[in-house]
Design a protein around this ligand. Structure first.
Ligand code: FES
Length: 111
């Protein structure tokens, strides 16, 4: 039995969105979150912790831990796992300057 990719919502020819992350092109499929699109592009971290600058990205994936905070179209502190990707979005990493920086829950973020 064949499991065609279309059964998973990734059928060929599906429209894709074009986003940028710190100026680099990233594509996303309709229905994907910003975090999922970044992960699919091989980008696994997009912010750092305040004190030690440790990398953070998706952890819980359901909006609980706040590890995935990202700036979306100039608005900091957005949870990448919850924000649906849209065509033309401008994403940027959040540094360890405290701007939009949650405490995170992945591994305690206590550095
Ligand atoms: S990965 Fe987004 S809140 Fe946990």
């Amino acid at each position: 039995m064949s499991h065609a990719r279309s059964e998973c919502g990734t059928r060929s020819g599906a429209p894709s969105y074009r986003l940028t992350f710190d100026g680099a092109a990233v594509t996303a499929l309709p229905g994907q979150s910003v975090g999922a699109a970044l992960m699919a592009a091989g980008i696994v971290s997009w912010r750092t912790t305040r004190r030690e600058g440790r990398p953070r990205g998706l952890f819980c994936g359901i909006g609980v831990c706040f590890d995935c905070l990202i700036t979306v179209d100039g608005r900091p502190g957005q949870r990448a796992c919850l924000v649906p990707a849209r065509d033309g979005m401008r994403l940027s990493a959040e540094g360890g300057d405290g701007e939009g920086d949650g405490e995170g829950g992945g591994d305690g973020d206590v550095d």
